[in-house]
Design a protein around this ligand. Sequence first.
Ligand code: GLA
Length: 613
Amino acid sequence: MSRFTIGATDFELDGRPHRVLSGALHYFRVHPAQWADRIHKARLMGLNTIETYVAWNAHSPQRGDFDTTEGLDLGRFLDLVAAEGMHAIVRPGPYICAEWDGGGLPGWLFDDPAVGVRRSEPLYLEAVDEFLRRVYEIVAPRQVDSGGPVVLVQIENEYGAYGDDSAYLRHLVDLTRASGITVPLTTVDQPTDEMLEAGSLPELHKTGSFGSRADERLATLRRHQPTGPLMCSEFWDGWFDHWGEHHHTTPVAEAAAELDALLAAGASVNIYMFHGGTNFGFTNGANHKGMYQSHVTSYDYDAPLDEAGFPTEKFFAFREVIARYAAVPDEVPAAAMPAPVLEASFDTVLPLRDAVAHGTAGPWRSAHEVPTMDSLGRYTGFTLYRVGLPVAAGASPRVLSFGEVRDRAVVSVDGVRVGVLQRDHHDHAITLPAGDVLEVLVEDQGRVNYGVRIGEAKGLIGPALLDGTPLVDWQALPLDLDAVVASLGGGGAVSTAVDATRASSGAAGSAVDTARASSGAVPLAGPVFAHATLHVDEPVDLYLDTSSWGKGVVWVNGFSLGRYWSRGPQHTLYLPGEQLRAGANDVVVFEVGAAASAGLSFVARPDLGHTEQ
Ligand code: GLA
């Protein structure tokens, strides 16, 4: 058992000055079988601490849930940190930003429009308390003074960039202390006087988030935190990517020099990120600064460990810098190896309309006015909308418009694709040909995780108008993609059973109108599902090449690797070897756009896209 405290000039471990050398590693972005490896590699770079956020919406996809199984087993993650002989910092939010869907705040939280966002509003606080109590049940027994690894807990996240409700912060502090958290509590803010002023309380230890100009930033921080250790709680060593932009990297020598300056100034640090990982499934967030920009699937972050956990040049440069200030182990992690190059063909193609017609994608719901996804109790993924078009009184074509599309709508009339409305193009209206039935397939591309749009609903936002007249009597179907994927054999069953199921259900007509694709590449006219069987001798990490596809999502053995988009910058998806099994594996692609000639191909190296240089 140890005591971790804040002294007059330093963090103190059992009364002795202690510098925190921490690296950010989000357990919810890394396969749980890889946690120990990534933590070990952090120690090899010379770090003594691992920091993680806690993603509320991952643990609680519905109110009342608190899932701590498998990849959400925070307790096990912290125990692995302890087993490596390292400390831990926990940042439970409830808001975490982090380029994560909604900044971690669950969509259901905002079902009641009276709910406040990041302020002391009772409905919001009640839900926050439920969540934090559960988190602290895991964290409290794992604090240093109980023999565990946790040395610091952060209150909120960069709150000064959002609000100034000190009663809200005080509520979080009171709940944290009442839940048995005894270690020092911190806040983090961007180093401006306004944000540092608004984002904290006198009893909390203030820290900064920045990636450059350490001396200047630490001086600003010092004005607001006159005593105790200076800490950069987010030393940004890389950056994240949006779809449609370049892939962000930072020059290694510059990043290392910035780290050196920070450590030379005597500061403690949390390197953000040490290892970024992946926004698997639909977990990415988005920015909205006048324009909606969603984050890509990879969260590589140009960090010391790449997305697949291999050391980069930055790893070795940082290790060298850290060695000037602290003991660094001699062992170094193994270098990156090229991944196996593999090919497979799609064997089954299932148009979305067939999955819908057979009920595999779930039941339709009715609503008079166009409903948001959230009002249907669905907070992620795709929703299909359908409405009858009134008989054209006047001339065709007619104009369809929505208040807003969140975030991307594929519009079709009588089953024929008309076009796409994209939020990031500020599209609201589209010309329709004559026809009877309008269908709109809407993708939630990730909830905004920073700024004033946190908590907004997704889907089609009314009014829905045809030539200015409201369209009413809608049907909406939040797609149960997992069910469709499972029906195609992606549900994790063993390969022989999968083949048998597909054959027998096809015969019974319930596997819908599957067209057996001939071997080789096939055209994919989306929205369509395509299945392939991938044979591997042994499960190893792979990079799936998505460059010949349009836009969609991929599942391997029922696990979603995330979104792909021809728009880039990212053109490969990381497939952790732990998701594979020796022998046959099910791969399902949901292609929303089109691909002229599609097959499965795995390449030797990741392609995260063009950089600015
Ligand atoms: C801020 C937030 C983090 C993350 C970074 C950018 O510092 O606190 O959660 O969003 O920006 O990667």
